[in-house]
Design a protein around this ligand. Structure first.
Ligand code: ZN
Length: 137
């Protein structure tokens, strides 16, 4: 196990997000003024800049909108995971997030708009939100 593995920097703004994951729930922020929803956590709505929001639990359903497969470990702590993917998932509720697709090593099964479901995994003692493909062969 790498001691220099990059762990999330929890602050007052994103603490509800990480606390939610530790309880097995994926949370996102929804603007009280314009109803826009977003990730990652920030202190104001990226659409209307309103400062009032509510944390909402995501259903865990979404689709892949983009991905890359890394064959070079630009972060040394990831060298034993090569090749690994980083994907953008759009949640059913609207927010998009950077994540990893797990349980699938045949990248020919990856496609835009492929349905995914939440798969929370423990990473160096911290629960993180990953996703798996639904209906993969
Ligand atoms: Zn707003």
């Amino acid at each position: 196990m790498d001691d220099d593995f990059p762990l999330p920097e929890v602050d007052q703004t994103n603490k509800p997000f990480w606390d939610g994951l530790s309880e097995g729930r994926l949370l996102f922020q929804k603007c009280d003024d314009c109803n826009y929803s977003w990730l990652p956590a920030r202190q104001e709505c990226p659409k209307c800049l309103g400062a009032n929001y509510t944390w909402i639990e995501a259903s865990g359903s979404g689709v892949m909108t983009s991905w890359v497969v890394y064959h070079t470990a630009f972060i040394p702590a990831y060298k034993d995971r090569l090749p690994y993917n980083v994907a953008i998932v759009k949640l059913a509720e609207g927010p998009q997030m950077a994540t990893n697709i797990v349980g699938e090593t045949d990248y020919s099964n990856f496609s835009i708009d492929h349905p995914v479901e939440l798969a929370i995994e423990k990473e160096h003692g911290v629960n993180v939100a990953r996703f798996r493909l639904i209906g993969a062969e």
